[in-house]
Write a protein that binds this ligand. Sequence first.
Ligand SMILES: Nc1ncnc2c1ncn2[C@@H]1O[C@H](COP(=O)(O)OP(=O)(O)OP(=O)(O)O)[C@@H](O)[C@H]1O
Ligand SMILES: [Mg+2]
Length: 251
Amino acid sequence: MHEATLLTATGLRKAFGHVQALRGVDLRIHEGEILGLIGDNGAGKSTLIGCLSGVIRPDTGSIIVDGQDVTFEGPHDARAHGIETVYQDLALAPDLEPAINLYLGREIVRPGILGRLRFADRGAMRREAATRLTQLGIDLPRLDRPVSYLSGGQRQAVAIARALIWARRLLLLDEPTAALGVRQSRMVHDVIRRVRDQGVTVVLISHNMADVLALTDRVVAMRLGSVAATFHTAEATADDLVAAITGSRAA
Ligand SMILES: Nc1ncnc2c1ncn2[C@@H]1O[C@H](COP(=O)(O)OP(=O)(O)OP(=O)(O)O)[C@@H](O)[C@H]1O
Ligand SMILES: [Mg+2]
């Protein structure tokens, strides 16, 4: 193994009441890879991503980014390390329009004194958002209506665009294409590859084994809050992945 390590998680544990969501997870994310994260419903995938993105505080365990021990008090701490996330529940502000969602917490401010007073430049954000969405091949009917007017798939596109725009080191995607049509899913896959080619590392949660096999370099399979197996994708079959998820055969 000569790959540089971007992030190492060691001994991550997280309980929700009586439910042991993570039972001591060790994970290494290599610089520049697309890492698949698979597992049945409730295996702990979103909880693990939550720990890496700062929305969930693990009960115990450590996270090292670029060789440095980190504690994420919230998503902004993960973002400061260049880590962006598309959450399974998307975490968009439904009453705000897409452009404002893209820049939530990082608003473009108006020039001059108004800017110093943190007045947002809505026009600039809309123009910039339109450009970015077009670059990503994402097509929204209108940009000037709140996200609540969009379809599930269109909302997913906005959440993906937001993460893609800001990710510098690591992009965490929790089932990003679950609500997307075939064409849009393909587009997102192309964008994921492009982002990786630009040097951003990607972790992709998916229940679609064909997508996982087509897109990833390695795959980590979780079961019942633990890592059950790790694969080099080139050496794995869909049967191997399913067996690791279900525990039907030692992998
Ligand atoms: N906020 C929470 N409160 C209570 N229990 C939780 C919470 N979040 C997750 N859990 C529990 O922790 C376990 C792991 O959940 P998690 O969401 O990480 O699974 P997952 O692998 O992402 O599943 P899915 O494929 O369905 O998204 C489940 O048993 C779930 O019920
Ligand atoms: Mg989940």
